[in-house]
Design a protein around this ligand. Structure first.
Ligand code: CTP
Ligand code: MG
Length: 373
């Protein structure tokens, strides 16, 4: 049985955000989610140490992939707390930093392979590229060590369960777990690390990490329009919400023009056809689908084609309903249907002109900005 502890209890002081560093977003996911995804592919059990007060936020992200415990005041203490929550039947334990969000599953696999080959402590490291100086308190150089034998070490670091337990029994404090193992006089093996396992410490590290994510500057935009005529006795569904006391619109679907316009804008941006070609007679299961269902399926198709949805905006054009009073609720519904995308919702009348101005129906125009992954 192989277990892992993800240290995520730090506040991220040097990063300087108002939320703990583990909950910062990198691309479409939080740092802790990235770290968890990489490790859950290769270990049997994961314990995350969360910052006090953020346990539930991290539990929601972890779902059934990990156990969440409250961390301690130093990294070493957090690891000790995590270690106490690991099954004693674990043979090996990986200790990883949530801050090294992009360390790959492959790196974790190589650490484990080296443990299985007989080493009791295995850590990834990269050569020291810059020349290093030892300085005194006044900033004067004392010496220049030979950089050739130096390594910049990373996580996940792997240990036999017994050795890690022993290393932490002394309640020592160090910036990595290998240092505590070294104090016991045990041998620590270095294997090749990865550049992408960079520790995200400052906002500029986050920008570097974005490049490893392969985020491109390949943007596409699309526009979509929809209009429906009012129909007596119909219910009004608009922008993902039901609007009681309003006249609804005709049509086979729920007639949510805002949702339909967004779907077309997304199809346009991703060059995947349009509402009719995606949800027409070829897919009878979508006959009568709600606006939210169509948005969900459109977002899935757009993501499957290799895009992330950066932003969607939609403007409702008509004499009513008054969008302003339910804007926040509608944005939340649209965003949830799109898997958390950033959404803007506006409304306008047309000064009595045109079909919507004459009160014959309601229309919407949407734009979407998507990014190639
Ligand atoms: N960590 C932890 N418990 C602590 C302190 C740190 O679990 N008491 C974790 C952090 O969440 C991080 C990892 O240890 O994933 C490495 O620490 P670091 O990068 O220094 O993160 P922070 O301590 O959050 O950042 P800072 O030092 O800038 O406050
Ligand atoms: Mg720290």
């Amino acid at each position: 049985m192989i277990a892992a502890i993800i240290a995520a209890a730090g506040s991220g002081e040097r990063f300087g955000a108002t939320i703990p560093k583990a909950l910062i977003s990198l691309g479409d996911r939080t740092l802790i989610d990235h770290a968890l995804s990489a490790l859950s592919a290769v270990v049997d059990e994961i314990v995350i140490t969360a910052p006090a007060g953020y346990e539930d936020a991290i539990r929601t992200i972890a779902a059934d992939r990990a156990t969440v415990v409250t961390g301690g005041s130093t990294r070493s203490e957090s690891v000790r707390i995590g270690l106490a929550a690991i099954s004693p039947s674990a043979e090996f334990v990986l200790v990883h930093d949530a801050a090294r969000a992009l360390a790959s599953s492959d790196l974790a696999r190589r650490v484990i392979a080296s443990l299985q080959a007989g080493d009791l402590a295995v850590i990834p490291g990269l050569p020291q590229i810059d020349t290093v100086k030892v300085v005194d308190a006044d900033g004067y150089v004392i010496s220049t060590p030979d950089r050739a034998p130096l390594r910049r070490v990373q996580t996940p670091q792997g240990f036999s369960y017994d050795l890690l337990k022993k290393a932490h029994a002394s309640a020592g404090d160090a910036t990595d777990d290998a240092a505590l193992v070294e104090e016991l006089g045990a041998r620590v093996k270095i294997i090749d690390g990865e550049e992408r396992a960079i520790k995200i410490t400052t906002p500029s590290d986050l920008a570097t990490a974005m490049q490893f994510l392969g985020a491109t500057n390949e943007f596409s935009t699309g526009v979509g329009v929809d209009a429906h005529a009012f129909g007596e006795g119909r219910k009004l569904y608009l922008a993902g919400l039901y609007w009681p006391d309003e006249v609804g619109v005709d049509g086979h679907s729920d007639g949510d023009v805002a949702a339909h316009a967004i779907c077309d804008a997304l199809f346009a941006a991703s060059n995947l056809g349009d509402l009719g070609s995606n949800f027409g007679t070829s897919r009878p299961e979508y006959a009568g689908a709600s606006g939210a269902q169509l948005l969900e399926e459109t977002a899935r198709l757009v993501k499957a084609a290799g895009y992330s949805i950066s932003h969607v905006s939609v403007q409702v054009i008509g004499n009513g309903p008054k969008i302003g009073s339910r804007r926040v609720e509608a944005i939340a519904a649209l965003s949830a249907a799109l898997g958390g995308a950033d959404v803007a919702l506006l409304a306008t009348t047309t000064d009595g002109l045109g079909l919507t101005g004459e009160g014959k129906g309601i229309a919407a125009i949407a734009s979407a900005l998507i990014t190639k992954n």
